[in-house]
Design a protein around this ligand. Sequence first.
Ligand SMILES: Cc1cc2nc3c(=O)[nH]c(=O)nc-3n(C[C@H](O)[C@H](O)[C@H](O)COP(=O)(O)OP(=O)(O)OC[C@H]3O[C@@H](n4cnc5c(N)ncnc54)[C@H](O)[C@@H]3O)c2cc1C
Length: 380
Amino acid sequence: MPGYDVAIVGLGAMGSFTALELAGRGASVIGFDRFSPPHDQGSHGGETRAFRTIYTEHPDYVPLMKRALELWERLAAEGRPELLTWTGVLSLGEAGSPLIHGVQQSAAVHGLPVQSLSGEEIRRRFPAFNPPGNFTGLLDDRAGLIDVSAAVGCALQGARRLGAELRLDQEVLGWSVEGREVRVSTRDRQIRAKRLVVAAGAWSGAILRALKLPLLVRRQVLTWFRPHRPQWFQPGSFPIFVFAPGAFYGFPEIGGAGVKIAYHEKGDPLPAFPVQVPPVTEAELAPLVRDIARFVPGLLDPDRPPLDQMPAAKTCLYTMTPDGHFIIDRHPHYEQVLFGAGFSGHGFKFAPVVGEVLADLALEGKTGWPIDFLRLEGRF
Ligand SMILES: Cc1cc2nc3c(=O)[nH]c(=O)nc-3n(C[C@H](O)[C@H](O)[C@H](O)COP(=O)(O)OP(=O)(O)OC[C@H]3O[C@@H](n4cnc5c(N)ncnc54)[C@H](O)[C@@H]3O)c2cc1C
C-alpha cells in the first residue's frame, strides 16, 4: 500500500491551497476530490469571490486577512495578474444599521481607511445605484475580487508541479487510524499517510461523522444579468456592493459574463450531506428582481422582461457554523487528523492562509497564526 506524508480529502478552495503549501514544504502529498475542481457542485462555484480588508466578523480575522492578501498579491505577481481585480467594496445602509456600524467600527479599530459617501455622492459617482434617501455608503478601496477558477487552478497546478499526486473524480469513502498512520479508501484503492487533512466543504460533516460537527448546509442562488448600460458596470466604474437589507450584493461585470447578483443572508437549508441540489426556480428570482429595480435600477432595460436579461442562474453551497466562524482544528481523538470546515460563506479570500495553517498543523502540530477563536474544542 503506497505511503505519503499527508493525504487531503477535498481539493476545493481550502484543500487546493493546502496541497500547494504542503508540496512547497517538501512533503509527499496525495489529494482526492470527488469532482474535478474548479467546479460548481460545492462552495467555490460562481466565478468570483470578494476580498476586503475591513472585517467586521471578528478582530482575529484581520491578521489572517492581511496574510492572505499578501499571498494573493504574490501569486498575482508571479504571472497570474487575472487572479486579483481591485474594485473596492461599497456597503450601503441606514446610518447605525449593523452593516454600516460594523464597517465603521472595524475601520476605526484597525486604522483602515474608508470613504463615507452620501446618497447624492453615490448616485453621482456610480450612476447605476439608487440608494434610498436615508442610506449612507462606505467605500473600502482595499478590496476587490478574486477569480475563482484562476485561483483554484493555479493552486492545483502549482501543487502538481511541486510533486503532489492529485486524484480528481475520486471520492474518499472512508478513513481509519491504524497505529500512527491513517488509511484512506476510495472505490479502487487504499493509501497510507502520516497525516490526514479533511477539507471537504459541505461534505465535511459526512467524512467526520463521529464528530457531529454543528454544520448547516445552505443552498445559495447566484444570478448574472446583462447590463443595459455596460459602461456603468465594469471594474473601475462599479464596485462590489452590499445593501444592508438581506445583504443583497453584486459584482461588476467580468469578461462580458454579466453582473453577478445574489443575497448573502438568504438560502434554504439542505439535508446534511447534499447529494442533489435543487435547481433555481423562477419563483425564487422574484425578490431579487424587485431589489434590483429598487436599488440598482440602472442594471436592467425597463422595456424587456428581467429574466430575458439573465444569462445564467446557479446554486452554490454555504456550510454554516452556529457562530458564523470557521472551524480549523485537530481531530479531538486522533492527532493525525486535521480539518478545516464550516467556512460560513466568507472563507474563500482566506484560502492561501488556511493552506498555511493546515500545513502548519499537519507538519508541526501547531501554528503561529491566531486561530484559537476557530478551534472546535469547547466552542459549541
Ligand atoms: C454563493 C457563494 C458566495 C460566496 N462569496 C464569497 C465571497 O465573496 N468571499 C469569500 O471569501 N467567500 C465567499 N464564499 C465562501 C467560499 O467560497 C467558501 O467558504 C469556500 O469555497 C469553502 O471552501 P472549502 O474548501 O471548504 O469547500 P469547497 O471549495 O466546496 O471544496 C470542498 C471540496 O471537497 C470535495 N469533497 C467533498 N467530499 C469529498 C470526498 N468524500 N472525497 C473527495 N472529495 C470530496 C468537494 O468535491 C469539493 O471540491 C461564497 C460561497 C458561496 C456559496
